[in-house]
Design a protein around this ligand. Structure first.
Ligand code: NAD
Length: 270
């Protein structure tokens, strides 16, 4: 485990996808507070400008980018390199939620969710890693999964499946980079509930999807940590050299243990 003095990040470059709101915006703020140059990438151009305006004083580049489009993410990497040079921290964070029982989900919604939450992470890796390897310097890649990556839940199967996949990509990436002795560290960020608008924006299918969306929206409001606290947890995890980074370690440990018990005990889902 390689620890990191966060002060060493000053003057280096962070790229954050999904930076126009919620956790991504908070991570961008924290990066700017640490003196990093920050590239804010998102589909939401207005949101990007709002966050950039808050960061006045920091060195910021906004790039409207759809992480599902490989060419767009290539353009993001090129624009970052042109403006700031090598990337020290890439946070593949953009994500969406669609609720509903599997057989009630519209196929387009299902595909879109996987495109953002899984392919979006892949495109971030594909566009940035070759540049990082060529630059040769130290870098960190964080993929935002979720505690949903180690659990299963009805009426959000698409989301849960996407987060299991994002975690698997992240673990594979860490091993692949270690195999080639790259000075690139990888971390999996698995937030628990964070008070953002992700469920307010979620498209729901069927009664179960509607009910879950409403319940989760209230749950995040009542029980979620703030996006700023989530960003703090992320940077604390980076400082202590963790691969697994949680917003609520105790709760995450319960979920991990439950998952491990289920798998090693050959227990069925309940
Ligand atoms: N809020 C939570 O409780 C929670 C918990 C665990 C994991 N997460 C994960 O954290 C990440 C951020 O979620 P959030 O809660 O801050 O939600 P959010 O909706 O506030 O932020 C997500 C951002 O991603 C952007 N985005 C969506 N599709 C995009 C695309 N195709 N290309 C580029 N940007 C796109 C949105 O415009 C938005 O700004 C997601 O990956 C989410 O799954 C959230």
């Amino acid at each position: 485990m390689t620890t990191l003095d966060l002060r060493d990040l000053a003057g280096t470059t962070a790229v954050v996808t999904g930076a126009a709101s919620g956790i991504g915006a908070a991570v961008a703020r924290r990066a700017a507070d640490l003196g990093m140059r920050v590239v804010l990438a998102d589909l939401d151009a207005e949101g990007l400008e709002r966050v950039a305006a808050e960061l006045a004083g920091a060195d910021v580049l906004t790039v409207r980018c759809d992480v599902t489009d490989p060419a767009d993410v290539d353009r993001l990497a090129a624009a970052t390199a042109d403006r700031f040079g090598p990337v020290r921290l890439l946070v593949n964070n953009a994500g969406i939620e669609r609720t509903g029982r599997l057989w009630e989900l519209d196929p387009d919604r299902f595909e879109r969710l996987l495109a953002v939450n899984v392919s979006g992470v892949f495109h971030g890796i594909r566009s940035f890693v070759p540049r990082m390897l060529a630059d040769g310097g130290e870098a960190i890649i964080v993929n935002t999964a979720s505690v949903g990556a180690v659990t299963t839940m009805p009426a959000q199967a698409a989301y849960v499946a996407s987060k299991h996949a994002a975690l698997a990509l992240t673990e594979c990436l860490a091993v692949e980079l270690a195999e080639v002795d790259a000075p690139i560290r990888v971390a999996a960020f698995l937030p628990g509930p964070v008070h953002t608008d992700i469920y307010a924006k979620a498209e729901a299918s069927g009664d179960a999807g509607d009910a879950l969306r409403a319940r989760m929206r209230d749950y995040l409001r009542d029980r979620g940590v703030t996006p700023a606290a989530a960003a703090d947890a992320l940077f604390d995890g980076l400082a202590s050299g963790e691969f697994w980074i949680f917003t609520d370690r105790e709760r995450a440990d319960e979920l991990l243990k439950a998952r491990a018990d289920k798998l090693t005990g050959h227990l069925p889902p309940v």
